[in-house]
Design a protein around this ligand. Sequence first.
Ligand SMILES: N[C@@H](CCC(=O)N[C@@H](CS)C(=O)NCC(=O)O)C(=O)O
Length: 346
Amino acid sequence: MEQERPLIVGAATTAAACYLLLKAWKSLATVPVCVERKGRLTVFQWFFSPPSRLVHVTTLLSRVKDAEFHEIDLSKGEQLQWWFLRVNPKHQIPACVLEGGEFMAESRDLARHIFDKYNRDPSMDHWYPKDPVQRKMVDEWMDWSKPLHLCVESQVALRMATTLGMPWRENFGIVTVLVGSGLVDPPGGKDSLLPSRLKEHLDEADKILGKRSIESVADLNLGDLTTLQEVCMVFECFEGTTNEIIPASSTTSSLWKEYPHLANLYEVFRRDVPEFTRVHAPFLAFCERYRKVRGLKETPLTIARGVLTTITSFLPYAVWNVVLSKVYPFGPLSHKRQGVDAKKYN
Ligand SMILES: N[C@@H](CCC(=O)N[C@@H](CS)C(=O)NCC(=O)O)C(=O)O
């Protein structure tokens, strides 16, 4: 037995090295063609991300010919793939490869750019009016939801990412729990974790919409779409609970009933905007999946497994990709970035 030990250690080390080399090789070989191709708009997105859905719906509304939609699954950490870190060093979706091959990020800038460049139908101009005064109002309404987005990220998305039975836990391990519990600062800072802050934004959104009459698609604009995508995250994920974040004041457990003007906006989108409904379907299914597992309780075993996943799988993956994105001499390297490299809102 004593004599066999070096042999066993040697074999195990060789097997581990081969496994790591294979994984490393596979990560080099996975750059999608669309990253370096010109002449076509590619949108990197994920169906569960509100800013991604804004850009996806806008691209469909603008009737962009041959647009390609490439999913970056955030629950698997795909935003950390080395080549994507070169497309958007902030590792955020949505991001695009424009027709000229430039990289561009920031959902609101992308939505404006895509609608302006591709929409040819004057009857669609209400989405993003040409009149400067009206356009300014839509721009301001689009930008209004930036702090709401940070609250939604911190209180809704992170809560899902920490939940047992959701895919983040399998791929990231315990990392999401550390961020979600406030031990590590969430994207919008600790302030964005305050339920009262989220409620303030929702109350204000309902009040803003209450000043307008929204009856049909002609009354809608890109600001409505931007805000609605965030609001849907809160209301759909917490449907069926009365106390998860925002207590429903009445006997109903549907938050939509608490916010009549937001509910009306949602209704008009679902009734009159097929592009919205199409993009919304996988999002709704994912929210339903969350609602089914949200009651699962943590045990010492699930925590231990989470720590192990973080150490043996997530951290090596993240470090390897960050290093590659900086030093690997191939892949997307010298693309121009379009537009102002906007401040990191999140
Ligand atoms: N300000 C950005 C925010 C985008 C954003 O927050 N993206 C999130 C998903 S909703 C993301 O990609 N998170 C992954 C990460 O930060 O690693 C925008 O509007 O495009």
